[in-house]
Design a protein around this ligand. Sequence first.
Ligand code: NAD
Length: 307
Amino acid sequence: MFVYIAGAGAMGCRFGYQLHKAGNEVILLDMWKDHIQAIKNDGLKIVGDTEDCVKMTIMEPTEATKEAELIILFTKAMQLPTMLQSIKQIIGKNTKVLCLLNGLGHEDVIKQYIPEENILMGVTVWTAGLKGPGVAKLIGKGSVNLQSIDKNGEEAAKKIVEVLNQAGLNVTYDEDVLPSIWRKACVNGTMNSTCALLDCTIGEFFASEEAIRVVDTIIHEFVMVGEATGVKLDEQAIKDYVMKTSVAAAAHYPSMHQDLIQNHRPTEIDYINGAVAKKGDALGISTPYCHMITDLIHAKEHVLKIK
Ligand code: NAD
């Protein structure tokens, strides 16, 4: 299959690398000039569970011309509209677009560019990191759940599942993916922002009763808002999942800590706790914890002079 990875950061490199190794034609699209130059000069270097270096095609989004069969979106949430605007020329009437970003509400942005029968929404628990320009660190195993948002796109989506599985990406076609997307958002909404604000690991944060009260309240706000938008969510099952994840990832600093505290980059807060606060306002549901956490992360961005 002819695949573009729109946003070739850590996760884009993982998916691009695995699809390339499985024999697909893959083009990476990115805006980070040093990263593009490093991959053009030396290839994409893979470290971690596997050591490898592969020659891959990478360019800026506006340089791409050939119509895509599949575009996998892997920007940060706030980069998504600019990316979609910059790749309009490679989107044909049969181009499928798969979104695996963390966070909520991306389908509303994507629908402005792509017909609904061509949009696949999903969630992944694969992980990846960038060690620097052109170097991706890939550790551990993961999986993907995805669904076409329109029944008419289901058959084509299942073919894409096959292609991704041939690349070892462990993908399931999910008849109702929204609960999984919201459950992952609950994981991010309870540990990303809090560990970034408190400058601690997941295990350090989850060690106190007070923290667990905060976690429970955030999950409750997510569930109230999610259910009001028609997503079926089991609050106790989500709490259990979050607690289990916190144990498995206890030693880690979550990605928002890495972005905000370690690298002074903007965060995806508006698409996680911020999205719940905004949807809650529109629905008349009170979400004071999500509001406060969103405001505090933005305040911290301001303190650190991050634009
Ligand atoms: P990333 O930060 O690695 O890359 C996103 C974009 O930022 C890319 O275009 C990349 O080139 C650019 N970028 C990265 N470092 C940069 C730097 N120092 N200077 C300039 N530009 C830089 O993002 P990611 O981790 O691949 O995440 C993409 C999406 O996938 C997000 O929505 C994220 O929440 C989600 N996600 C990430 C993981 C993970 O383990 N990384 C897991 C699941 C979902």
